[in-house]
Design a binder for this molecule. Structure first.
Ligand SMILES: *[C@@H]1O[C@H](CO)[C@@H](O)[C@H](O)[C@H]1NC(C)=O
Ligand SMILES: *[C@@H]1O[C@H](CO)[C@@H](O)[C@H](O)[C@H]1NC(C)=O
Ligand SMILES: *[C@@H]1O[C@H](CO)[C@@H](O)[C@H](O)[C@H]1NC(C)=O
Ligand SMILES: *[C@@H]1O[C@H](CO)[C@@H](O)[C@H](O)[C@H]1NC(C)=O
Length: 267
């Protein structure tokens, strides 16, 4: 994998006509994105893998432009510039996606520094299926974008992850995954305020799930609480991002070698 990514370092960024953040906000909303575009997309894409992306576009490989959180929690690189291939050499034994997902998770079950820290294998499985639900929902909207693609200008704003909130959300997600004890309750106040104003506002259940309110998954009663956060969420923002990331020829120069990419976004 390392040597494979090394090849990518030869590619450089070609500046495009830059659109301001304000322009982009308006452009994204006129393309059907919600006001929470960056946060929603950052959350939805953080654990995507090549296997998932192949459902959107069959020829996707690790040379893709979908940034993700590194599930290897001891790596110096918290955010990857691409969605990795997480299948194991045994994946071919399985016909069902569900079995492949179990194989991907359980093959790391002895590694406490992989995937969500403090989550036991059952909780990791639930979290992964929650994400799979989200991608299944995004796939429906993605098919519509294939028929009626967004304009170049829209994709330029979609791929400007430094300014549209996607990278910020990925960083926050990486922190929560790596240091759950330090991040306990993070976002809780805002979520509580928002949820008391309107219990169905977007992101409400996700923010709640970060705090103490999510019990260990060891009883049917606890599952009832987990289930609240586990269903599909509206996928249009994510579909828009994935359409641009997987089909945007202009952006193909954005495949940085990981180290360079992380330095670029370091401050
Ligand atoms: C991976 O995908 C990229 C971009 O679509 C393509 O240029 C490249 O040839 C592919 N690599 C392999 C090994 O298939
Ligand atoms: C995670 O990263 C560390 C440090 O780079 C490395 O030693 C370890 O093998 C990696 N673990 C996995 C599962 O790739
Ligand atoms: C609450 O949020 C939902 C989802 O965004 C929205 O459809 C609904 O109109 C909101 N209700 C109020 C009273 O603002
Ligand atoms: C690439 O971007 C430039 C400038 O942003 C635009 O004029 C051109 O149409 C784009 N080409 C493709 C293939 O998207």
């Amino acid at each position: 994998m390392t040597s494979f990514n090394f090849i990518l370092c030869a590619l450089f960024v070609i500046p495009q006509i830059s659109l301001s953040s304000d322009d982009c906000r308006a452009i994204l909303q006129s393309a059907g994105a919600t006001k929470e575009f960056g946060g929603r997309v950052g959350h939805a894409i953080h654990s995507l893998s090549v296997r998932n992306l192949k459902q959107f576009k069959p020829d996707v490989n690790e040379t893709n432009q979908v940034p993700t959180v590194n599930l290897n929690l001891t790596s110096d690189i918290p955010i990857l510039s691409y969605a990795p291939d997480r299948t194991t050499p045994d994946s071919h034994m399985f016909l069902l996606d569900g079995s492949i997902i179990l194989d991907e998770i359980l093959s790391h079950m002895d590694d406490k520094s992989y995937n969500l820290k403090n989550y036991n294998p059952l909780e990791q499985i639930v979290h992964t299926f929650h994400m799979e639900e989200m991608w299944a929902s995004a796939l429906i909207d993605y098919r519509n974008f294939e028929v009626d693609p967004p304009a170049d200008e829209v994709c330029q704003c979609v791929m400007d992850i430094e300014n549209n909130g996607i990278l910020m959300k990925l960083r926050q997600t990486a922190l929560i995954i790596r240091e759950p004890n330090l991040m306990l309750g993070y976002g809780q106040e805002r979520a509580e305020r928002r949820c008391s104003e309107n219990a169905s506002s977007p992101g409400c259940s996700f923010f709640k799930s970060i705090g103490k309110s999510l019990p260990p998954l060891n009883s049917a009663k606890a599952w009832k609480r987990w289930k609240m956060d586990s269903g599909a969420m509206k996928g249009k923002d994510t579909a828009l991002f994935l359409y641009c990331a997987l089909n945007n020829n202009n952006g193909s120069n954005k495949n940085f070698k990981n180290i360079e990419w992380n330095q670029k976004y370091h401050y």
